[in-house]
Design a protein. Sequence first.
Length: 305
Amino acid sequence: MAMYPSWSYSQSRAQTFDECLRKYYYHYYGSHNGWNPAQGSEEQITLYRLKQLSNLYILFGNITHQMCESVIRGWMEKGAIPRTAHLETAMKNMLNTSYKESLHRELWLQDPKNRIMLAEIYYGDEVLSERIARIKERQHAVVHNLYRTAVWRELQQGEARLVEIEKWDTMLLHETKVYVKMDLLYRRGNGDMVIVDWKTGKEGDFSDQLFLYASYVQEHYQLPLEKIEVRVEYLMTGKHEVYHPAQEDIDKVVRHVRRYIEEMKSCLDDDYYNRPKPESFFTPMPSRRACGGCNFREVCKYRAV
């Protein structure tokens, strides 16, 4: 059993680092080895469990991505096009199953990695009913808008070939493993490649991470940047944004990643082993917005109320 977690970088790690350093410690260090009740401390076990909490928005986003993947694979492999009513019912059933699973707290405590526990249920949040109603509205929109995207039209008309879909990979940046997982990557008949990012939230939610993906495609597939397109599809509204990354975009995000890596490593006593400084070094950054939805509010005495 490794004493410390392996070192890597991801956009979600950077977001947590910005949001609250104590949350960052709990998630990436305090919870390490908590999956093993026989060897982990009580604190590690508790933090590991809390780390696994989901919420309705995350759950809905994950199910939507599964739906998109299933539809596209079904078309590319079998030529099948599921009816929207079928997709809506499937998504509804998956949401209901996860909700019911969250009611069995003891079962989740025994296997938090492989069972669903919604934070709204775990903490008894008052927003639960409101969020359920909102998710029901969004479910109809994302199913119908998927079939209206230019992405679906290109794939269905045989104008493009699937290259990657929901595939985990890594690239090396500043001697650090950086995780890459594109929602969809396809190649047009003219050789251009399109990186697709499905969004189930608000518009304007563009992430620099997509330029890292462009850098990965450029390197991995030996493709010039002018033949790479980044397409953000907002499935809630049916709108989209298209970007053609330039070298200065890539250079800018690479510099940002370097800064994050340097700041994250400044929180370590030993960056070879990824051994963190003491918990007290990771300053809590309480705010009503951040603390209200934090998985670790059960154990953090600094949370804003």
